[in-house]
Ligand binder design. Structure first.
Ligand code: NDP
Ligand code: GDR
Length: 372
C-alpha cells in the first residue's frame, strides 16, 4: 500500500551524485491523475526513461493507489524511490502552486479529471471545476512559477479528448470543429482553449493531446469496455449471468492506453509546442466489442446482455474515428495494439481476476454479487 508524503520535501531530482557528475540531470515530471489508468502507464513509461516522477493525489477515505502500488517504493528508501506522491487537488490552487514550486518539474502532465461522460450530467458543476477550471489553475500555477523563478523551459501537457468533437462527423482531425455533447466534453473544450491561450499569451510550451478512447485491463470498471470484459470473466467463471448496458450502436476509436502515453511524452519532446490527435483510425460499435469479447471465450453476448435505459445519456456521441496523420508524421507515433488484441488482452486479465474471485466466493470470504 502506498503511503504519501504530506509535507513539502526538497528538490531531489537533479542530484549530481546520482548522475556521476557527467550525466545530464535526471528529468523531473509532475503528473496529476497519477492514480488513474493513464497516470499509471505514464509513470511506468517515464520511470523507464530515467525520470523522477511526482504524482499529485487527492485525499479519499480509502486508499486509491491500487494502479501504482506495484511500482511504489517507500520514500524512506530514498536512493531507489523515484516515484513520489503528494496530496493536492485540482480544485485547490494553492496546493498546485506549492508543489510546482517545491518539485520544480521539467514536464507537467495534467491527466486529472472527473472523466466519466455520463456522470458529468449528474455532477456538472464539479466536473467543470476539476476539468475546466482545474486545468486553468494548473496553467496559472506553472505561469506564475515561471514568472517567479525564470524556469521557462517547463513543458505542459493537457489531456484533451475526442469527446470535444461530439456530434461532428468523422474522421476527426486537429482542425475539425468541436461540438461537445456533455458537461465533461464542454469542460474539456474550455481546458483545450485555456492551454492554447497560455501558449499564445505567455509563450508557454503547452500541448493539447486530443486522445481518442484508450482502454486497458486497468480501465475503470464503469467504462463500457471494462464493464463488458469484467462481465465476460465473471459470466465465464459462473459468478454472474446478466450484463446491463445502454446504447450498443455508438462507435468508438478504441486503442491501448499503454501506446497512448508514449504520444503524450513525444508531444513534449518536440522543438515547438502544438496540438495532436492520437487515434487508431479504426472505429467499432459497442456491439462489435461485445461480439469479440464474448466470442473469445465461446459465449454469445445475446444470451447475457439486457438493455437498461438508465445507461442511455441525455445526449450521445454517435461516431468517433480519428485522423492521427499529424501525430504519425511529426511525432513518428503509431499504435502497436489493434482492436481484437486489445479486447482479448482485457478479457484474459478479467477471466483471471474472476478465477481469483471464485476462490474467495467458494471459501465463503466473498458473496458472488460482491466485487473486491
Ligand atoms: P481516470 O478516470 O482513470 O483517472 C482520472 C484521475 O484524475 C484519477 O487519478 C483521479 O483520482 C484524478 N482526479 C479526479 N478528480 C481530481 C481532483 N479534483 N484533483 C486531483 N485529481 C483528481 O482517467 P484516465 O486515466 O482514463 O484519463 C486520463 C485523462 O485523460 C483524463 O483527463 C481523461 O479525461 C482524459 N482522457 C481519457 C481518455 C481515455 O480514453 N481514457 C481519452 C481522452 C481523454 P482518483 O484515483 O482519486 O479518482
Ligand atoms: P466515453 O466512454 O463516453 O466514450 O468516454 P464510455 O466507455 O463510458 O462509453 C462509450 C460508449 O458506450 C456506450 N454505452 C455505455 N457506456 C457506459 N459507460 N456504460 C454502459 O453501460 C454503456 N452502454 C453503452 C456509451 O453510451 C458511449 O456511447 C471515454 C472516457 O474515458 C472519457 O474520459 C474520454 O474523454 C473519452 O472516452 C474519449
Amino acid at each position: 500500500m502506498a503511503t504519501i508524503e504530506s509535507n513539502a520535501s526538497s528538490k531531489s531530482g537533479s542530484d549530481a551524485a546520482t548522475n556521476g557528475g557527467e550525466a545530464p540531470p535526471r528529468k523531473i515530471a509532475l503528473i496529476t491523475g497519477i492514480t488513474g489508468q493513464d497516470g499509471s502507464y505514464l509513470t511506468e513509461f517515464l520511470l523507464n526513461k530515467g525520470y523522477e516522477v511526482h504524482g499529485l493525489i487527492r485525499r479519499s477515505s480509502n486508499f486509491n493507489t491500487q494502479r501504482i502500488n506495484h511500482i511504489y517504493i517507500d520514500p524512506h528508501n530514498s536512493s531507489k524511490a523515484r516515484m513520489k506522491l503528494h496530496y493536492a487537488d485540482l480544485t485547490d490552487a494553492s496546493s498546485l502552486r506549492r508543489w510546482i514550486d517545491t518539485i520544480q518539474p521539467d514536464e507537467v502532465y495534467n491527466l486529472a479529471a472527473q472523466s466519466h461522460v455520463a456522470v458529468s450530467f449528474e455532477i456538472p458543476d464539479f466536473t467543470a471545476d476539476v476539468v475546466a477550471t482545474g486545468a486553468l489553475r494548473l496553467l496559472e500555477a506553472v505561469r506564475s512559477h515561471i514568472a517567479a523563478t525564470g524556469r521557462s523551459h517547463i513543458r505542459y501537457y493537457q489531456a484533451g479528448s475526442s469527446e470535444m468533437f461530439g456530434s461532428t462527423p468523422p474522421p476527426q482531425a486537429e482542425d475539425t470543429p468541436f461540438h461537445p455533447r456533455s458537461p465533461y466534453a464542454a469542460s474539456k473544450c474550455a481546458a483545450h482553449w485555456y492551454t492554447v491561450n497560455y501558449r499564445e499569451a505567455y509563450g508557454l510550451y503547452a500541448c493539447n493531446g486530443i486522445l481518442f478512447n484508450h482502454e486497458s485491463p486497468r480501465r475503470g470498471e464503469n467504462f463500457v469496455t471494462r464493464k463488458i470484459t469484467r462481465a465476460v470473466g465473471r459470466i465465464k467463471i459462473g459468478l454472474q449471468s446478466k450484463l446491463f448496458l445502454g446504447n450498443l450502436q455508438a462507435s468508438r476509436d478504441w486503442g491501448f492506453a499503454g501506446d497512448y502515453v508514449e504520444a503524450m511524452w513525444l508531444m513534449l519532446q518536440q522543438e515547438k509546442p502544438d496540438d495532436y490527435v492520437v487515434a487508431t483510425e479504426e472505429s467499432h460499435s459497442v456491439e462489435e466489442f461485445l461480439e469479440v469479447a464474448f466470442g473469445y471465450v465461446g459465449l454469445n453476448w445475446k444470451d447475457h446482455v439486457v438493455i437498461d435505459k438508465r445507461y442511455f445519456r441525455p445526449a450521445e456521441v454517435d461516431n468517433l474515428k480519428g485522423d492521427s496523420s499529424k501525430a504519425r508524421k511529426v511525432l513518428g507515433w503509431k499504435p502497436k495494439v489493434g482492436f481484437e488484441q486489445l479486447v482479448k488482452m482485457m478479457v484474459d486479465e478479467d477471466v483471471e481476476l474472476a478465477k481469483r474471485e471464485k476462490v474467495l466466493v467458494d471459501a465463503g470470504y466473498m458473496d458472488a454479487q460482491q466485487q473486491p
